[in-house]
Design a protein around this ligand. Structure first.
Ligand code: SF4
Ligand code: SF4
Length: 376
């Protein structure tokens, strides 16, 4: 069976030469990869990257974004940096700036893919579970993209990498008039809604404060959730330490919907128009959307590059799963041991379910070969 070819650079740095530093190796791997085969002269190219959050300070570092931007320019493309709305758009632009992602540092303008209000999008057929989904208009209309994904854990899908980034990051926050056609369609796996047990509630307000949609409020001792605003992201239940809030999500279904979303986004591009780069650095347990970032559960591994999102995620998962759990992290809290499957064991959902579904949907191949860039 044919294998997808991936290129890898290790995070280790044993020679004190710029060429062998991680940024230096990243520059070399970008130079070796034929961007010219994916990008036309003067073509607008989206550099899709998660901008983090005010407290989650471990998104991809600006130096790697800058080098990607420079490589696209060298290939003749005209890059811009894009992301879809996760918190109110203007706030998100400020967050990007706090995290060092700006035109000044990264060399290309920042554009919100679904507009300042997160409702600029185009409905695209997705599949049997969701029917249609609202793809961010910029992602829909742009013809070439480089997807820079921070590979890490995720409480709902087991992992976050290229496929999840394509889907959640390519889909718009919400549709202007059709409820449940934006990102919420991926989260809303059951007709049940968030349940709240007042007897377990300490009224700490953590859920209210973490909600990106301002969909929760207390009226006296009653919790009110605005179902029109709520997109089912589950952050409120995630931060509830007493178990008063329970998210009814069906995790296998969530992963399948996630991959339908990725398929919808991919369908707006022609073949060989997206390059995927996974950063296995700062491998924290949870998403960069969360209001904080725990310490990494595995040592920095390196960076993988290729043109197959399934292969790049499968290889990343295999590498992180094989890593040694770090002490003084969530991995050691859970008593994970070397020789297990680190990410798979970290959260309840099995990441392989999503990758298998993506392969089943024809988004790429799970079989890969890795070419490692040697030290200079
Ligand atoms: S986070 Fe949990 S305990 Fe705190 S207010 Fe919300 S429901 Fe109550
Ligand atoms: S699931 Fe919770 S945090 Fe997410 S939008 Fe709904 S109420 Fe807000």
């Amino acid at each position: 069976m044919a294998k997808s070819r991936l290129y890898f650079i290790s995070a280790r740095n044993t020679k004190w030469l710029y060429e062998d530093s991680l940024p230096g190796k990243f520059e070399r791997i970008l130079d070796n990869f034929k961007f010219e085969e994916y990008i036309d002269k003067n073509e607008w190219v989206a550099v899709k990257v998660h901008w983090g959050s005010e407290g989650a300070f471990r998104p991809i570092r600006p130096t790697f974004i800058r080098k990607t931007v420079d490589r696209i320019k060298a290939a003749g493309g005209d890059p811009f940096i894009t992301e879809t709305v996760r918190i109110p758009g203007l706030d998100y632009l400020h967050v990007a700036n706090y995290n060092g992602i700006s035109q000044e540092t990264c060399g290309a303008p920042l554009v919100l893919g679904d507009g300042l209000f997160g409702n600029d999008n185009i409905l695209v057929d997705s599949g049997s579970l969701m029917g249609q989904i609202a793809v961010a208009s910029v992602i829909h209309d742009v013809s070439a993209m480089v997807l820079l994904s921070h590979f890490k854990g995720h409480v709902q899908s087991g992992f976050g990498g290229a496929l999840k980034h394509l889907s959640m990051g390519g889909v718009s926050a919400r549709h202007r008039s059709r409820k449940g056609m934006g990102r919420g369609a991926i989260h809303m796996t059951t007709p049940e809604r968030m349940s709240w047990d007042s007897s377990k509630c300490t009224f700490c307000m953590a859920c209210v404060n973490v909600c990106p949609r301002s969909a929760m409020r207390f009226e006296g001792k009653r919790l009110k959730i605005d179902e029109e605003l709520c997109w089912g992201c589950g952050r409120c239940a995630r931060v509830c330490e007493t178990g008063a809030l329970v998210d009814p999500i069906n995790q296998d279904e969530f992963q399948k919907r996630l991959m339908e979303g990725a398929k919808a986004v991919l369908s707006t591009f022609q073949e060989r128009k997206i390059i995927y780069i996974n950063f296995m650095l700062d491998i924290q347990p949870e998403c960069d959307c969360m209001p904080g970032a725990d310490v990494p559960v595995a040592q920095d591994i390196g960076i993988l590059l290729g043109d197959d999102p399934v292969a790049v995620d499968q290889a990343s998962l295999d590498m992180v799963n094989a890593a040694t759990p770090l002490p003084d992290s969530l991995a050691s809290d859970l008593d994970l041991k070397p020789g297990g499957k680190l990410l798979t064991d970290l959260h309840r959902p099995d990441p392989q379910v999503g990758i298998d579904e993506a392969a089943h949907l024809g988004l790429g191949r799970k079989e890969y070969e890795i070419i490692t860039l040697e030290d200079s």
